[in-house]
Design a protein around this ligand. Sequence first.
Ligand SMILES: [Zn+2]
Length: 202
Amino acid sequence: MGDVPEYETSSESESEEAITKRRKKIGKKWQMEKMFENKASAVAAVQKEHVWSFTYKNVDTLGNISEIFRCNKVKKRGEQCAAGVYLHYPSITSEVHLYRSQLAHICNVIVTRVKSKMSNEVKKEIKSLFNFDSKIKPKKILDILMKKQITLPSKTEFNNYLSSLRKIKYGSNVMSLGEFENFCLQNSKVPDDVDAAFVVSY
Ligand SMILES: [Zn+2]
C-alpha cells in the first residue's frame, strides 16, 4: 500500500530530442477527468487500465509535476497512439489530477499498418523463392533474404506465410519428419519475442 512502482525514466533509454520530437508530433487535447487524494490511488487507477506506460516527467517552474503515460499497445520508438493520460501533481496540494487525451486510440491501426508494411516486401520475395522451388528450406529463404539485405520477418509471420504458401500449393501444410526436424533445429535459435527478427547462424 502506498508503494509507487519503479518507473523507467525516459532519459535513460531515449534522447531528449527524440521525446521532444514525438511530443510535438502528437497534438493532444487534454481534459481533466478525475481527482485523487494521493499519488498511490492515482497511479493505481492508471495501472488498472493496463494500457499505459510511463513515458516522461515534466516539472514546471512552480514545482507542479506532470507524469505522462503513453499507450503501450504500440512500440515505444515507433508511431505513437493518439490516446494517452497524464497525472498532474500540483505543488500546493497532495491531490493528483488525472488528465486524458481527447483523442481515441489509434494503436490498432498503427499495429496493423506496421505489420503489413513489414511483410509486404518480404512476402513478395518469399513467394517468388517458393514459386521457383517449392521444396526450398526455410533457412535457405532466410539466407537469401539476408544476402539481399531485406529486413527479415518475425518468426510468426515467416512461419505463417510459408505454411500458407504450402497450403495453397499442396492443400495442406504437412511436413515430412526430416523437414520438421530441420525446422525445429533451425528455429531453436530464434528468440521468443515474436517481433524479433530471425538470427540465422552460418
Ligand atoms: Zn492506443
